[in-house]
Design a protein around this ligand. Structure first.
Ligand SMILES: Cc1ncc(COP(=O)(O)O)c(C=O)c1O
Length: 396
């Protein structure tokens, strides 16, 4: 008998733990209307998109700019991205052949994996990590190889650990700095050492720089800035976090022409192109006044300081200030329970949507991820409620 079931490539691809917490939180709120859930679960700026960017999208719509575009992206946007790469990252990009505009960084990651990775290839990813990497790799039939990040090293990916995981089947390494979920920022020396490894061993380095502008300490290092390794580097970026544009779905990938040609073919047969009028808005974002980015970064920094201070007041919770992104990753090992149990109790008993660290990989066990891209009032209220629940749980 023919059994209708999803393709086997989905057998180990699940909805993420972030979504599980979101759904539990939604049920908590619906069960007693009037209660306020605390949204620490989604990595989503609470700011509105700056006015000049919205105005550019409206103008593009008024202008009838509503049709398919080149799959690579409109020339004006590719030119603006080329200027941005030179100005901010020190990366020289040929806009004709070394850049594809995508529907968010997630589509860029997924297209790059589909285009460059064969079934059976191994790809070294951070652990914990943004869950998208693992799912895309599993869909491509590849094997994710997790590189545990250690709190004692500030959750930075250690080049020696990457080298130790290398096998003859390693085809790509993924780095992500500033890092989701820990907020770690990699030192340029570590970025360079991993880039050298990839270059010398004939593998790809995928550098996910989605949070490049959300940096409070340290410097952002783009590996593709070094001409000697740029043949191996794919630089992934987006406007989602920098300009509070998560819903606009605008990202990009830059890399060597042959890789971009392959990625563009996957992108073409998946979405055809990024949304036309959003591309015009992206030009306004990249070429416009960057004051909005500095204002939002300053607000995130204040929130970071607040969330760290309040978390440190909770007996049993330990945290070092994250250097970037908008995530706090407190250690809750003192409570002697699986992080998922703690996260679910925080939702059920207090309406707090912190995500269990294990949702980001086994090395995330013992931690919680709090996205602090919410108001200071929410931070005060949410961490206060956490203190009550954790106090009830008691330390092991
Ligand atoms: C590390 C990282 N990369 C990529 C993305 C996806 O970004 P986009 O919204 O542009 O698809 C996220 C979203 O949270 C992220 O945390």
């Amino acid at each position: 008998m023919h059994i209708r079931r999803p393709a086997e490539r989905l057998d180990h691809v699940y909805l993420s733990g972030i979504r599980e917490i979101y759904e539990s939180l939604t049920r908590w709120a619906a069960a007693a209307p009037g209660r306020k859930p605390i949204p620490f679960h989604f990595g989503m700026p609470d700011f509105d998109t700056p006015e000049h960017i919205k105005a550019a999208a409206v103008a593009a719509l008024d202008d009838g700019f509503v049709r398919y575009t080149s799959s690579l992206g409109i020339p004006e946007l590719r030119a603006a991205l080329t200027r941005k790469f030179a100005r901010e990252n020190g990366i020289i990009v040929d806009p004709e052949s070394e850049l594809v505009v995508t529907c968010g960084a997630n589509e860029a990651i997924s297209a790059a994996v589909t285009a460059l990775i064969n079934p059976g290839d191994e790809v070294i990813i951070p652990d914990p990590a943004w869950p998208h990497y693992e799912s895309c790799l599993l869909l491509a039939g590849a094997t994710p190889v997790r590189c545990p990040l250690r709190e004692s090293l500030g959750f930075e990916m250690d080049p020696d650990d990457v080298a130790a995981l290398w096998t003859s089947r390693t085809r790509m390494v993924v780095i992500n700095s500033p890092h989701n979920p820990t907020g770690a920022v990699m030192a340029p020396e570590a970025v360079n050492a991993i880039a050298d490894l990839a270059q010398n061993r004939g593998a790809w380095l995928m550098s996910d720089e989605a949070y490049e502008h959300l940096l409070f300490e340290g410097v952002h290092a783009s590996p593709a800035a070094r001409p000697e390794v740029r043949d191996s580097v794919l630089t992934i970026g987006c406007l989602s976090k920098t300009y509070a544009m998560t819903g606009w779905r605008l990202g990009y990938v830059a890399g060597p022409a042959a890789a971009i040609d392959a990625i563009n073919r996957v992108h073409l047969y998946t979405v055809s192109c990024a949304v036309s009028f959003v591309q015009r808005a992206a030009v306004a974002a990249l070429d416009g006044d960057q004051g909005c980015v500095a204002t939002m970064r300053a607000a995130y920094r204040e929130r970071r300081d607040l969330v760290v201070a309040r978390l440190r007041d909770i007996p049993g919770v330990a945290i070092n200030p994250p250097k970037g992104a908008f995530y706090a990753f407190p250690n809750v090992q003192a409570f002697g329970r699986p992080s998922k149990e703690i996260a679910l109790r925080l939702v059920e008993e207090a309406g707090v949507g912190a995500v269990h660290g294990s949702a980001f990989g086994p090395a995330g066990e013992g931690y919680l991820r709090l996205a602090y891209a919410c108001s200071k009032d929410d931070i005060e209220e949410g961490v206060g409620r956490m203190a009550t629940v954790l106090g009830r749980l008691g330390r092991a």
